[in-house]
Write a protein that binds this ligand. Structure first.
Ligand code: NDX
Length: 256
């Protein structure tokens, strides 16, 4: 049966950090080509409806850690922190896999990115799940540690912002519509990338709560991946809408 190999965790986390830097260097200037940054009507056949695409892409991030948690024998009962944290991760991806895709009104998603996105989700789902189920050691009172409680609070706050902002974006369109409008309300009052801001806060909260290398590597990846994307969205809005709110920032309210 499986056991903890600390070297494997270190290697996979380092590679995740390296992928973050690669992602940053590839997409700081040019955005990832999906959604509003995909050239219109190019490769019409190489796409899948947004619903299927997001479902398939994010499913492994839910399934892999959920299976690791369920199948570990003997089941890991101590300490509580490990299971709780693994459940938090799965909870986010339950939303992203089983709820978000069924309501999205997004444009068809490029197959090629879907393929890499799935690989990424398998990789990260395995790393986070494997670490928490097989490697992590927490004192039995971790749930009352300031890192756990403040991290959990940030996680919940970020998740709330992320889900609320996803909802506001979805309401900009009627079913079947694919046009872009100026997002309004919630944190969009302050930033163009409100959903991304929420997601970044969420994963840094998770990293603080787990206090682990894999979780910090993933938070860093998230920052490198969707941080620049928020900036590209912001530039797109400024270019497209002459009446775009002048005081709105790209990612961080009042700052950047
Ligand atoms: N999926 C994370 N790199 C990514 C997919 C692509 O979950 O190989 C990262 C994620 C993957 C990427 C993933 C990782 C890196 C990959 C990349 C492909 C290549 C790359 C694998 C896994 C790679 C190397 C080589 C380095 C390994 O039509 P539409 O779709 O634009 O409609 C949109 C709509 N909308 C509007 N509607 C009306 N008016 C407007 N003004 C609108 N603006 C937007 O709202 C969508 O339907 C919806 C949301 O759009 P958008 O663009 O704001 O968000 P989106 O980027 O689609 O993300 C959706 C949610 C969001 O909450 C975000 O926080 C979360 O997913 N997310 C997204 C990306 C990554 C991630 C989280 C994370 O890293 N944690």
């Amino acid at each position: 049966s499986m056991q903890c190999f600390p070297g494997l965790v270190l290697a996979l986390s380092s590679l995740l950090g390296a992928l973050a830097l690669l992602q940053l260097s590839l997409h700081l200037r040019v955005p990832s080509r999906y959604g509003k940054h995909e050239e219109r009507l190019c490769r019409p056949r190489g796409r899948l409806p947004a619903r299927c695409a997001w479902f398939l892409q994010e499913l492994p991030s839910f399934l892999v850690p959920a299976l690791l948690l369920a199948l570990r024998s003997p089941p890991r009962l101590e300490p509580l922190g490990c299971r709780l944290l693994c459940c938090l991760f799965c909870w986010h991806y339950f939303y992203r896999t089983f709820i978000y895709p069924f309501f999205t009104r997004g444009r068809p998603f490029p197959l090629q990115l879907l393929f890499f996105g799935m690989l990424f989700c398998i990789y990260n789902g395995f790393l986070q799940g494997y670490y928490l189920i097989y490697c992590a050691e927490y004192p039995n009172d971790w749930c009352t540690d300031i890192r756990f409680t403040s991290g959990l609070l940030l996680f919940l706050l970020g998740m709330g912002i992320n889900i609320h902002s996803d909802l506001l974006l979805r309401q900009l369109r009627k079913p079947g519509e694919v046009t872009y409008k100026i997002p309004q309300g919630g944190l969009f009052t302050y930033v163009s990338g409100a959903n991304y801001f929420g997601e970044i806060v969420e994963w840094f909260g998770f990293a603080i709560a787990t206090w682990s290398l894999p979780a910090f590597a993933f938070a860093f990846f998230t920052l490198c991946c969707i941080g620049p994307r928020a900036y590209h969205h912001h530039r797109y809005y400024l270019k497209t809408f002459t009446d775009y709110p002048k005081s709105r920032k790209a990612l961080i309210p009042f700052v950047f």
